[in-house]
Design a protein around this ligand. Sequence first.
Ligand code: PLP
Length: 395
Amino acid sequence: MENYASSLSRLTGESTLLYQEIARNVERTKGIKTINFGIGQPDLPTPQRIKEEAKSALDKGFTAYTPALGIDELRSKIAEFLTQKYGDRISKEEVAVTPGAKTALFLAFLMYVNPGDEVILFDPSFYSYAEVINLLGGKPVYVPVNFDQNKGFYVDSNELLSKISQRTKMIVYNNPHNPTGMNFDSRLGKEIAEIARDRRLILLADEIYDYFVYDGEFRSVLQEPWRDNVIYINGFSKTFSMTGWRLGYIVARKEVINKVGILASNIYTCPTSFAQRGALASFDTFDEVKKMIDLFKRRRDAMYSELIKIKGIRAYKSSGAFYMFPDFSEVLKTAGLDSKGLAVKLIEDAGVVTIPGEVFPEKMGRNFLRLSFALDEEKIKEGISRMKTVLEKLA
Ligand code: PLP
């Protein structure tokens, strides 16, 4: 008997992982080696210093529970680091270490979303926001991310304002942005922070890609007055190639962090002990981070210059994260496909994995595919060339 809680039925279960699964099937059945533009993680190893620190913690027996909010040293280090970076005195009590940024996001929604509450999300956005909001009985309300081939992706803050109702509780602002790869104009963050303050809304800022910036200035929400209403989220996954370590963090005022502690102790007790020790060393590896960002910039350039050779695609050279989000509307129209159909076709016929824009709800992504450039330049070139061959047959 399937007696699941009714909230579960509100999950679509849709995620980027499905397309990796289709690719594995194609590899098995057709014997093709696929090229994977679907990945959402850096392909480089975790810096050695971080691994050594975690190994040494293991050897020293640092394997027991830690405090729910994380070890003091790591909370202090994060606080010091952000204080230095943004010039605002952030204390350890304003920081909670979590098992990944995803858990941090989950806790943030759990703390604020009541059934019927509305949360403003960008359309498209990281798929997990809407899933969790729906799970909690909240309602995602979307503000479109518009596309202009010359300007890139942008959001009109007046349009965002028009989406606010009596039921609005929260605005989610992810910058640099997954899936568009946009480092939004710094004015947007300022305007959204102002709107949230004026309307007394929670501003959930997801800045997990803050180091992956190739063009323009990056402005953090922590550079605005944040203590009243901001929940800031970041993590170690992307910047330090630590996706499997599961370490993220929340910055918010002390009272909020105390609530995080209560939830944490009931849900996961604490983040993994030795992983936290490893993360302490991450702050000494920014020379490696810089090299990675330079490498990713070259990969981005390579992907863009190959993509624009394909007829019928409109691409913008992304300014952040490690995603390109080209517009395939012309191709889709001619081929009579939607973005999911095209993504499946590209896996089956070209052996190339992309993520259809439709999985980043709700509508705006439907003519787009997300391509990650977190892989070798050679593979990028080969993958786009394979796509070109298949797409030209469709034209
Ligand atoms: N936020 C965004 C926008 C992401 O793209 C991702 C991962 O893909 C996450 C959060 C989750 O990161 P973590 O690995 O720290 O859970």
